[in-house]
Ligand binder design. Sequence first.
Ligand SMILES: Cc1cc2nc3c(=O)[nH]c(=O)nc-3n(C[C@H](O)[C@H](O)[C@H](O)COP(=O)(O)OP(=O)(O)OC[C@H]3O[C@@H](n4cnc5c(N)ncnc54)[C@H](O)[C@@H]3O)c2cc1C
Length: 400
Amino acid sequence: MKTIVIIGAGYGGLRAAELLCKNTPHRIILIDKNPYHYMQTEVYGYIAGRFDMSDIAVDLESFTRGLGDQITFVQENVTQIDAANKTIITETGSYHYDYAILAVGAQTNFFTFIEGLKEHTHGIKDIQRAFAFRQAFEKRLADKLQNKTFKRAGDLHIAIAGAGLSGVEIAAEMAHTLKRYEKILARCSRRLKISLIDAAPTILPGMHPYIIDKARKRLHELGIELYTDAFISQIGERNITFKDGTKLDFDFIIFTAGIKAADLTATLDTEKNRIGQIIPDAHLMVKNYPDLFTVGDCTEIKDNKGNILPPTAQTAEKSAAYVATYIEQKERGKTPAPFSAKIDGVFIALGGTYALGILYNTIKVEGYLAYLLKKAITRFYRLGLELKVNAGYKKRDLRI
Ligand SMILES: Cc1cc2nc3c(=O)[nH]c(=O)nc-3n(C[C@H](O)[C@H](O)[C@H](O)COP(=O)(O)OP(=O)(O)OC[C@H]3O[C@@H](n4cnc5c(N)ncnc54)[C@H](O)[C@@H]3O)c2cc1C
């Protein structure tokens, strides 16, 4: 029996774990620095107060117990990978592997060329920051209800820097939430404002024109102010300074304008791109590291035309499924074909029960139907996790 170590229990790591448990007899060790799986794709609803913590986090120990006895979950921070000795090194120990899968994802890229960015903005790539934002935001609304903090006729301005998928989803959901507050805040709620800012000439850069056009209209209906071609040079405690010298005041600012690969990739002596993503070989193997594979957001993944794919949960899962199958086939003496990536579709939540979607670059869906389809995809994903978590939780109870 061989040992397969998976580093990172995000969308990629969990997909690999499930398939390897189902299709191979090997011992699997799943390592994550956190005790939970963070469903980042749902965070827009969490920070706007629509979802709970339980909607975006899943207990990893119960999940792995639910997968069976061949897998163990270890909560550790991986600090290094020793390729020569095929060993994963953590802060407190080490694990030998026959195969390893790097699925450590990405983190917010707090660019150093924007002064004050890290100090004054909220990121949402980790649960603690999302939680901090939600708490601060709810406190502000509660204070506003008491009329404590708003001397200037009650302004509350949320700025979101980055109009990619996550920034647009967050802006729309927050605008929708604020609309609901109109009923309790009455006239004051008119002074609640959301601005969405991007340096690109359009929102959702790189997406299908149908999605860009419809999303722009929806954001406009929700009362969101759009700033495109807007380069931020400095962020202070309560204001943004743009490159042309103009300023914009805010009460809260969320930064979603860039990502870079997780820190662990920096320790690897292999080819990487400008945001630290690993450039693997055609089988998603890390160059210079035999039997170490890389999947998901920490990897530069291209489609068959050579275009770099945006980092999504969908691509993380597909790349992980490929690697799990590769290992299974290799163990049976087969030579697997290279990885071929493509995007099946994109769905984007735009506040309340409105969404947009495009499938296979041709089928367009809008409004409540798109919302239902997006919800069904999330429900299906969540249900798969919950079945294992419930099974694992019961097992744990029996042992106590
Ligand atoms: C607001 C928002 C909305 C999004 N919406 C969508 C969407 O609608 N559709 C879509 O497809 N994608 C969406 N995405 C993108 C999607 O969430 C990511 O592409 C996806 O999470 C990538 O999966 P992953 O497995 O590569 O990494 P992650 O899910 O980030 O998981 C990485 C894991 O590695 C762990 N880790 C990192 N470093 C270490 C270490 N040194 N030691 C141990 N553990 C470590 C982390 O704790 C984490 O659990 C969205 C993202 C955001 C932020």
